[in-house]
Design a protein around this ligand. Structure first.
Ligand code: URA
Length: 213
């Protein structure tokens, strides 16, 4: 598994505003949207393309287009939904699947409650959207589902990652895993606290995106 932590002043600026306890939901949502688009640019660096010719007003030019089947974008419910528009802006022709996982706040174990994915992902680049890579339990399950369906590559886009989560996903998908696996994050934080929250983090991403239920 390859890990890429964005190193860009605009991303760092927006991430700082996102962390701020005084940033309210509407601004949090639009910052998330902008950050995901910036991260998506990097996350799609290896997306599969094929060579084509295009007729300009003057001559034929060489170009590329995205290979079929279209990439699949998978927001992890609930908080990943807040990342979908930012991703779709760069990949408007991508198909969208959904996976819902809920974390038991006592055991920190993630349980799947919804899966809407194509049965066969052969030849597809898959992009998982989950803002917080904390324990890594959720991402391990989701990547496992995608791998078992034959995805050609798997890339997770996260706002923040914890070292514990990166280590767990790396252990599950080591460098010799037959499918390329990448995690792209806007920031890598220090650690998890005893409740499994990323420190210093930004709190509960779902609550901050959608309000506390
Ligand atoms: N989920 C969140 O929303 N925040 C964390 O810090 C960890 C998991």
């Amino acid at each position: 598994m390859q890990t890429l932590v964005a190193d860009h002043p605009l991303i760092a600026h927006k991430l700082t505003a996102l962390r701020d306890i005084n940033t309210e939901t509407p601004v949090f949502r639009s910052l998330t949207d902008e950050l995901v688009t910036l991260l998506a640019y990097e996350a799609t660096r290896d997306v599969r393309v094929e060579h084509v010719s295009v007729q300009t007003p003057l001559a034929l030019a060489d170009g590329v287009k995205l290979t079929r089947p279209a990439p699949l974008v998978i927001p992890v419910l609930r908080a990943g939904i807040g990342m979908l528009d930012g991703m779709a802006r760069l990949l408007p022709k991508a198909d969208v699947g959904f996976v819902g996982l809920a974390r038991d706040e006592e055991t920190l174990v993630a349980t799947t409650y919804a899966t809407r994915l194509p049965a066969d992902l052969t030849g597809r680049d898959a992009f998982v959207l989950d803002p917080m890579l904390a324990t890594g339990g959720t991402l391990e399950v989701v990547l496992g589902m995608l791998a078992s369906r034959g995805a050609a590559s798997m890339t997770a886009i996260c706002l923040l990652a914890a070292p514990e989560g990166i280590a767990r996903v790396h252990a599950a998908f080591p460098d010799d895993f037959p499918v390329p696996v990448k995690v792209v994050a806007a920031g890598l934080d220090e650690r998890l606290n005893e409740r499994g929250y990323i420190m210093p983090g930004l709190g509960d991403a779902g609550d901050r995106l959608f309000g506390t239920i």
